[in-house]
Design a protein around this ligand. Structure first.
Ligand code: AMP
Ligand code: MG
Length: 341
C-alpha cells in the first residue's frame, strides 16, 4: 500500500484534511496526531476496516479499541446509555485525555469491543484530530499508531518507522503534548474505576466524582486487569531496561553503570535532574513530571537508535497527577524490573 504523508503546520492547512477524512469514512486507515499519542484510525462502524487496524499493528484481537468522536452528542452513535459519572467527566474533562467505558450499542462491531458489552469512547482536544473527526462524520476507532508492544508514537517519525506502507495516510502534526495515553475510566461500575492511569490523574477525578478507585489488576499481581490491553508487555524498547527509584538512586545507578561496562555493554541513562552519570548515552527526560511524560516514548526509541544494550531510568516521581501514568508505562517498558533504594 502506498502511504501518503500530509504535514499540517497551522489551521491554514486544514483543507488538506478533506482527503484523509473521506478516506476514513470510506473504510481506509488514517494515522492522526492527538494530544496523548498518535492514533491509527478506521471507521468504527465498518468491521473490515477495524480488522485492518489489528493487522497493521500486529495487535492481539482480544484487545478492544477506543472510539474517537468529534462532539459529545456523537457518543450516542456507539453508546446505549451514558452513566452519571460519565456525564460529569464529559462536562469537566472533555475534550481531553480521558476515555470513558460505557455500555455499548449493538451497532458497534465486535472487532471494536473485542466482544465486550461495553465500549470505550474519547473526545480528543487536539485541533487536527478534532477537525479530521468532524470532516469524516463518523466515529473513529483508533489505538496508538505503533507496532504492538513497541513504545507508543508521540511524533510522526515514530509512526513512519512502524507503519509506512501499511496505512493510507499519516498526518504529521508535530510532537504530542501529553505524550502518554489517555486515562481509561470504567463508568459502568460505582464508584467509577481507573483501568489505565493517564493524562487525567486520580486526584482531579476524585474532586469531581467523589472517590474513584484503581482496578486491582493494575496493582495486585495475580489479579487479571479489567482492561484487556493492560495484561500485555507494552511500550518496550529493544534494550534491556531497569528503573531506579528512591533517595539513594544516584549511587546505585553509578554502580549499575560500572557493572554493565565491565560486561562490555553499551549503557544508557534516562535522567531527570542534575546528575552527570558516566554512561555511554545520557538523555534527559526533563525536570517536571509533565516534561518527562511528554519525552518518555521518544527517548526510549532514541536509546534503541543509539544502540543502547541496557537502559537505566532514573524515576524521581510520586503519585500526583500524571505521575502514576509515568510509572505504569515505564514499569511495563522495563518488564517490572525496578530497584528501590
Ligand atoms: P490503546 O488505544 O492501544 O492505547 O489501548 C486502549 C486501551 O483501552 C487498552 O488498554 C484497552 O484494553 C482499553 N479498552 C478499550 N475498550 C475497553 C473496554 N470496553 N473495556 C475495558 N477496557 C477497554
Ligand atoms: Mg497502545
Amino acid at each position: 500500500m502506498k502511504t501518503k504523508i500530509i504535514k499540517i503546520c497551522s489551521e491554514k492547512d486544514f483543507d488538506l484534511l478533506c482527503e484523509p477524512a473521506r478516506c476514513l469514512a470510506e473504510g481506509g486507515l488514517v494515522v492522526f496526531p492527538t494530544e496523548t499519542v498518535y492514533g491509527l484510525g478506521a471507521n468504527a462502524l465498518m468491521e473490515e476496516s477495524v480488522k485492518a487496524i489489528f493487522e497493521a499493528k500486529g495487535r492481539p484481537s482480544d484487545n478492544p479499541l477506543i472510539v474517537h468522536i468529534a462532539k459529545k452528542e456523537q457518543a450516542k452513535a456507539v453508546v446505549s446509555e451514558i452513566p452519571a459519572a460519565a456525564g460529569l467527566v464529559m462536562e469537566h474533562f472533555w475534550p481531553g485525555p480521558i476515555t470513558l467505558v460505557m455500555p455499548r450499542k449493538d451497532t458497534v462491531p465486535d472487532a471494536v469491543t473485542a466482544g465486550l458489552d461495553t465500549v470505550a469512547v474519547r473526545l480528543p482536544s487536539h485541533p487536527i484530530a478534532r477537525k479530521l473527526l468532524e470532516l469524516s462524520g463518523v466515529p473513529v476507532a483508533a489505538p496508538s499508531a505503533n507496532t504492538s508492544g513497541k513504545p507508543s508514537p508521540t511524533r510522526a517519525e515514530h509512526v513512519i518507522e512502524d507503519l509506512m506502507g501499511k496505512v493510507d495516510y499519516i498526518i504529521d502534526g508535530g510532537a504530542a503534548s501529553v505524550g502518554l495515553e489517555s486515562t481509561v475510566l470504567d463508568t459502568t461500575v460505582t464508584p467509577a474505576q481507573i483501568l489505565r492511569p493517564g493524562g487525567i490523574g486520580k486526584d482531579v477525578l476524585d474532586a469531581v466524582l467523589g472517590e474513584v478507585t484503581y482496578d486491582r489488576g493494575l496493582t495486585d499481581t495475580g489479579v487479571a486487569p479489567k482492561s484487556p490491553g493492560m495484561k500485555y508487555k507494552h511500550y518496550a524498547p529493544k534494550a534491556q531496561m531497569v528503573i531506579v527509584e528512591g533517595e539513594w538512586r544516584e549511587a546505585r545507578i553509578e554502580e549499575l553503570i560500572e557493572d554493565a561496562k565491565a560486561e562490555g555493554k553499551r549503557v544508557g541513562v534516562l535522567t531527570s535532574g542534575d546528575a552527570e552519570y558516566k554512561a555511554d548515552i545520557l538523555l534527559d527526560g526533563g525536570r517536571t513530571a509533565k516534561e518527562y511524560a511528554a519525552n518518555l516514548f521518544d527517548l526510549l526509541r532514541r536509546f534503541d537508535a543509539l544502540g543502547a544494550e541496557l537502559i537505566i531510568a532514573e524515576l524521581p516521581f510520586g503519585d500526583n497527577g500524571i505521575e502514576p501514568a509515568i510509572k505504569n508505562r515505564i514499569y511495563k517498558a522495563a518488564g517490572g524490573n525496578v530497584i528501590k533504594c
